[in-house]
Design a protein around this ligand. Structure first.
Ligand SMILES: [Zn+2]
Length: 225
């Protein structure tokens, strides 16, 4: 039995994943427990795994639902969810993160095998909480989400999926049904060696606060919403 991390490193060595081939992860990069959660009045106990990447900021939480007697070759439904303090915690209506998170949890806990990879450091499409709020302030003045990011000196989307891809491989999920509206995310994961059996969209209804934001994601970032 290889120590935690060593197995993933070995797989990366075997995969043709370009620059990642040389990336080494610490042997103690993952820990595991169980997490009981309340979802729509139901109590569910999920497998919980935390991983740490090359820096202490790069951390992810993975919650896994596995139905009893799930087939060995069952392809998991996977959501890679970017952390959003305003949306996920305070249910902000300026974005669709909370609704997407809830919809994803519902799908993956009713599927035979599902997982959510929660990525806190992807806040604000990777620009962080402060710059995200700075960009919101510019949107209050009429800029759209793309223009606002550019105005605060941030990329439109600076998320990378290196750690998420390594985590999926470590968990034996190198082929997934990806729960996402974002073709760029699908491409990014494929580039890291993850096979996407299917991309399953999550459609959530817009509200008066996020209508323009969702429209911009559709028109300027090719999101299928
Ligand atoms: Zn959000």
């Amino acid at each position: 039995m290889l120590p935690n991390g060593a197995y993933a490193n070995l797989l990366w060595e075997l995969c043709d994943v370009g620059a990642l081939k040389s990336a080494k992860l610490p042997a103690d990069w993952s820990v595991e427990t169980v997490l009981p959660i309340a979802l729509e009045g139901r109590e569910l106990t999920l497998e919980a795994h935390a991983y740490q990447g090359d820096t202490t900021e790069e951390q992810v939480l993975v919650l896994i639902h596995r139905a009893p007697n799930v087939a060995k070759d069952e392809i998991p439904v996977v959501r890679i969810h970017s952390g959003c303090v305003t949306g996920d915690i305070f249910h902000s209506l300026r974005c669709d993160c909370y609704q997407q998170l809830q919809a994803a949890l519902k799908v993956l806990t009713t599927a035979p095998y599902g997982a959510i990879v929660y990525v806190p450091y992807h806040e604000g499409r990777g620009i962080g909480l402060f710059k995200k709020i700075q960009a919101y302030a510019l949107q209050d003045k009429g800029l759209d989400t793309v223009e606002a990011n550019i105005s605060v000196g941030a990329p439109v989307d600076s998320r990378d999926y290196d750690l998420s891809a390594r985590v999926l491989v470590d968990l034996g999920m190198s082929e997934v049904k990806l729960l996402s509206n974002n073709p760029a995310k699908e491409q990014a994961l494929k580039a890291k060696g993850i096979r996407i059996a299917e991309r399953v969209p999550i459609v959530v209804p817009p509200n008066k606060f996020n209508k323009r934001y969702l429209e911009t994601k559709r028109a300027r970032m090719a999101h299928k919403i």
